[in-house]
Design a protein around this ligand. Structure first.
Ligand code: AHR
Length: 516
């Protein structure tokens, strides 16, 4: 036998006797090394005058047969309380840079009608304005995040809006607010100076916007008792040049810099984006790998931010993120109404883990949009309401709000599909003020369960409780006729050990564990 043939035979024999083992999944949780608080603001939402988000989704008017309080849907308020919405961004989006706030105050029947040129060209009657938005925020317990109009509004208009909302003085705008029925100013912590000013907000170059930002920002005043956290328009996706220019020219004038990233199954804005509910594993893979994409984007922008701001004074604010598909067949293309499946739950769970793990710099995030648009947590059909799988993930992750991030080290096998790969598992962990450890885990692989061995350093755990979000198919979703197809259930596939635990994560699942 020739030497080469002999070597090949030996290799084959070795491979048969010792088949390659799948990568073991291991997790280390450093329970005694937490330093950073996971801001509850990472769990924020976004409400835009777009399609049926505001009108029907939130606002039905006082005369509606749909049960409401001062025009705001009661069923929506009580559902949103369950996910403890920490903050709500409004009025857009692209709509923000064509919104003139004075159109939305005073007696509703006298408010001017405008055309919503971005979203379907429909007539906007301005019945939902500043007072209604603030009322809604108070009802659901969320902090308002107001996005000002830089693209088509004046500095004076923006300055007066802030005075209207936050001044306690005997001043023209504060008095106008009083005249419209609100004596006390509102607390307004978060104010964004424009939206996507590189695109729908004015098509500006970063050098130009940096100067515009500095100018507008100068006139946003901190009135007595109110201090504003100022958010500058940041980059889209991987545009690090935008970040570089903004950070070099305006970092000292801002508290936050935004980032927008949407997940499209085709990866392209041209042509069909793919159906929200009718897809195969190819499109599942294309979406669930976006947590890794988000992690990479955050990493790139943070490298630039760190260069200019070592002390991490400026937070990254991911104020638009989520899945973006084709609209539901038969609906207005300008309304961006899409359904949501288990696939979106996995995207939400793994992306929220990424945000948690970057909590030292990521200070806020807002999924788009809260109701009836892109990756919404609630869908409505007139008087009916359903909770999407994404809603359930937000609810399962509430224990992370304002908890201390625990550093983790995860070694796991990849989820591979058709030559592509992404880490098969995703995790984040936190400890709350009572010392309980919360761990959220996602198994992105739709075909195989994953065994994970976790070691907990610095804490002994003797008790656990768990919940799981999983379904029979990747495409599983809730409908108005069958609203509970995807909902969390109890989970007990956990074995506690002296130094940690082992867990078996079902295929395509999000698992939340509490250990004490
Ligand atoms: O979320 C829909 C739109 O996407 C927003 O209005 C805009 O900011 C972004 O381009």
């Amino acid at each position: 036998m020739k030497r080469a043939t002999c070597i090949i035979l030996l290799i084959v024999a070795f491979a048969v006797c010792f088949p390659a083992r799948a990568q073991e999944n291991k997790l280390v949780i450093h329970a005694d090394q937490g330093k950073t608080t996971i801001s509850r603001n990472l769990y924020g939402h976004f409400s835009e005058h777009l399609g049926r988000c505001i009108y029907e989704g939130i606002w039905v008017g006082e005369d509606s047969s749909i049960p409401n309080t001062r025009g705001i849907r009661n069923d929506v308020v009580s559902a949103l309380k369950k996910i403890k919405v920490p903050n709500l961004r409004w009025p857009g989006g692209c709509f923000a840079d064509e919104y003139h706030w004075k159109d939305g105050i005073g007696p509703r029947e006298k408010r001017p009608k405008i055309i919503n040129t971005h979203w379907g060209g429909v007539v906007e009657n301005n019945h939902f304005g500043t007072h209604e938005f603030m009322d809604f925020c108070e009802m659901i317990g969320a902090e308002p995040v107001v996005c000002g109009n830089v693209g088509s509004g004046t500095v004076q208009e923006m300055m007066e809006w802030v005075e209207y909302m936050t001044s306690v003085a005997d001043s023209p705008m504060a008095n106008l607010r009083r005249q419209n029925g609100r004596e006390k100013p509102w607390k307004l912590r978060y104010f964004a100076v424009g939206n996507e000013n590189w695109g729908c907000g004015g098509n500006m170059r970063p050098e130009y916007y940096a100067d515009v930002y500095r100018r507008y920002n100068t006139f946003i005043k901190n009135y007595p008792g109110n201090r504003i956290f100022r958010v500058a328009c940041g980059p889209s996706d991987g545009d690090v040049n935008w970040t570089e220019v903004l950070m070099s020219n305006a970092a000292r004038h801002m508290d936050g810099l935004s980032l927008h990233h949407y997940s499209l199954p085709t990866g392209s804005w041209n042509g069909s984006k793919g159906s929200a509910t009718k897809f195969e594993e190819k499109e599942w893979f294309a979406i669930v790998k976006h947590a890794q994409v988000m992690d990479g984007l955050i990493g790139k922008h943070l490298a630039v931010m760190d260069k200019h701001d070592e002390k991490k004074k400026v937070g990254l604010v991911v104020d638009e993120w989520g899945a973006w598909y084709d609209v539901e067949p038969g609906t207005n293309p300008g309304f961006l109404y899409q359904q949501a499946t288990l696939r979106d739950a996995l995207l939400a769970g793994s992306t929220l883990n990424v945000f948690n793990n970057h909590a030292d710099r990521v200070k806020m995030a807002n999924i788009a949009q809260i109701i009836n648009v892109l990756q919404s947590v609630i869908l409505t059909d007139k008087d009916k309401l359903l909770l999407t799988p994404t809603f359930h993930v937000f609810e399962m992750y509430t224990p992370h709000h304002d908890a201390t991030l625990l550093p983790t080290e995860l070694t796991c096998g990849d989820y591979e599909f058709s030559g592509g790969r992404t880490p098969g598992l995703s995790v984040s962990a936190s400890k709350n003020s009572a010392g309980k450890i919360n761990v959220t885990l996602c198994n992105l692989n739709p075909n195989t369960a994953a065994e994970l061995t976790a070691e907990i350093g610095g804490a002994k755990v003797t008790k656990f409780s768990g919940r799981v979000l999983v379904a029979d198919t990747m495409q599983a979703h809730n409908t108005f006729d069958h609203p509970e197809v995807v909902k969390p259930g109890a989970f007990s596939d956990v074995q506690l050990k002296t130094d940690g635990f082992t867990v078996k994560l079902p295929a395509k699942s999000v698992v939340a564990l509490t250990l004490e």
